[in-house]
Design a protein around this ligand. Sequence first.
Ligand SMILES: *Cc1c(COP(=O)(O)O)cnc(C)c1O
Length: 351
Amino acid sequence: MALDIKIQPIKNSKISNVDFSDLPFGKVFSDHIFQCEYIDGAWQNPIIKANEPIQLNPAAKIFHYGQSIFEGMKAYKDANGEVFLFRPEDNCKRLNLSANRLMMPEIPADLFMQGLKKLLEIDSDWIPTTEGSSLYVRPFMFASGEGLHASPADSYIFMIAAAPSGAYFSGRITVLIEEKYARAANGGVGFAKAGGNYAAQFYPTQLAIEKGYNQVVWTDDNSHQFIEEAGAMNIFIRIGDVLITSPTNDRILDGITRKSILQIAEDHNIPVEVRKISVSEVVQAAKDGDLKEMFGAGTAAVISPIAGFGYQEADYELPELSDTYASFFKKKIIAIQTNTSKDPYGWRVKV
Ligand SMILES: *Cc1c(COP(=O)(O)O)cnc(C)c1O
């Protein structure tokens, strides 16, 4: 069923002001935004309009009680100008998991998909084609309903914005294994893409930056003995030839990149273990020369190799291998995303 999305095109595109050969990450936005409002118990008024400031009442609950969730995905354009998304239904499902946990209304899948596709059609000129860049797509929802009572809002806004973006990280990445702070706790909201999770990461991350690292590797909140995530990415560790990642739980986000890597690894006979990884095991492997790779996995960076880590005042270097799992998975995933290889999984969705 085609939804009746109102289209309010802007008069003058901003695209000629943008240098597509030197794109930052998530700072430049396309001309339009998709918006839909949840009022009186129903989603209504779907519209694509200029991406410009919006008005909210200062008592909107987003400002006070943090009902705010988001997703991150990418759109790519192939050599023939066809536009593709990567596993977008999974983003929609996860947004709704986050919505349920934060007492926010679910978005119907067809509203999400039709809004997304229509926006990409209208702003398709904004999808970069240079290697390493893409159109980063940010669906998000927040409480627009007013009142200072600490209870769920009665109205919400859902939007999809798009930002032509270059690489998320550049240069050598080192990480600090966290011993004090936690990103998420049992029974909490770590598995949701809830805005507050990221706000809570900034302070410990800043402490790590002041010590000379780029990112924090999160450990479990209870014992800090087990490795869980790397910044806002899932983490993979290669010891010998075995690829290890933590199982998902309350505290760990179920990443689409992570599960794609696990599938590709299985199909290429790469030995994988999904199990708890202790910090002591990783430190010991580093000392013994068995620690081959550590990398983060997430939509923004796809795969982000880690060059070294710090733990208890000591620094450990990862070897510089010529043939890494990280580059193998990155190539495979990007080839599927950009339509330069077959897609045996049906992950690529044509817009
Ligand atoms: C978004 C996110 C990831 C990666 O998920 P993808 O679906 O691969 O983008 C991992 N960890 C956290 C905390 C995240 O927010």
